[in-house]
Design a protein around this ligand. Structure first.
Ligand code: SAM
Length: 263
């Protein structure tokens, strides 16, 4: 899977809606060892929006954000949460044990990380007793925003330019996360929620996915004419699938959550 180029500004256009699941995730995280001066890892910290939420809950913690996008880390350092340390690293290679974390958080990231189920026992092992691993991933890969995009990418007119070789890793069923973390010796809480997110403005679903699911396509579609044509076609499909109503556009968004406490 090739690495997409991220656009922190586009991603943060929906900062509140994107950060809400993290707040809901943290509501289920119990006190961690060494609270409030815990050691915390934010894996896939992006532009630092999740890191800032962690800082508000743990004001004295030593927080390290890890991400493999230099663009995202630049925004995290300057605007996101300047009090944290940041490290450019791939989640698959990074060894959390070196940081002796009390809490590992990964918000809206593991869906981009191939083979992430196998990483979870390693991350759980890095925790001391009472330490917590908490993550949240989107569970909306079967929704029109994604199926329409996948169909368009398979279309012979687009296949060569933006075909499948840059697709995301995807996620697992909630029960698989639960079993994997329980096998790793954790007390586990897994749940899912569908947010009926109300988006406003012109083509709001297209603007949303431009910050996430469309990144691999936009990274490859460098010709501005092709890019405009692709966005026009996909945008029209999205308007049909998510019609604007009197209050805005309802964008149903399923999310999967897991909180694992090391026994
Ligand atoms: C959708 S953003 C999530 C940002 C933030 N955590 C939040 O809560 O909104 C996903 C982030 O994961 C990062 N990412 C994707 N694959 C990664 C990998 N293999 N290793 C480290 N970071 C990765 C991306 O660069 C991006 O910043």
């Amino acid at each position: 899977m090739s690495t997409p180029v991220w656009d922190p500004e586009q991603y943060l256009r929906f900062a509140d809606e994107r950060t809400r699941p993290l707040r809901d995730l943290l509501a289920r995280v119990p006190a961690v060892p060494h609270e409030p001066a815990a050691t915390i890892l934010d894996i896939g910290c992006g532009p630092g929006n999740s890191t800032a939420v962690l800082r508000r809950r743990w004001p004295e913690a030593r927080i390290t954000g890890i991400d493999n996008s230099a663009e995202m880390l630049a925004t995290a350092r300057t605007e996101g949460e300047p009090t944290a340390d940041y490290r450019l690293a791939d989640a698959r290679d990074y060894d959390p044990a070196t940081a002796a974390p009390d809490l590992i958080v990964s918000n809206a990231t593991l869906q981009w990380v191939d083979g992430h189920l196998a990483l979870l026992p390693r991350w759980a092992d890095a925790l001391r007793t009472g330490g917590v691993l908490a993550f949240q991933v989107p569970g909306n890969f079967g929704s029109p925003s994604h199926t329409l995009l996948a169909e368009l990418r398979r279309d012979p007119r687009w296949r060569d330019a933006v075909g499948d070789n840059a697709t995301r890793a995807g996620v697992h069923r909630p029960a698989e996360y639960l079993a994997t973390l329980a096998d790793a010796g954790c007390a586990v809480d897994v749940w899912e929620t569908t947010y009926s997110t109300l988006l406003t403005g012109a083509d709001p679903v297209l603007e949303w996915v431009k910050g996430t699911a469309l990144r691999p396509v936009l990274t490859r579609l460098t010709d501005p004419v092709d890019r405009a044509a692709f966005l026009a076609e996909y945008g029209a499909l999205l308007r049909e699938a998510y019609p604007a109503g009197p209050h805005g556009t309802v964008f149903p968004f399923r999310r999967i959550f897991a909180v694992a406490v090391r026994r």
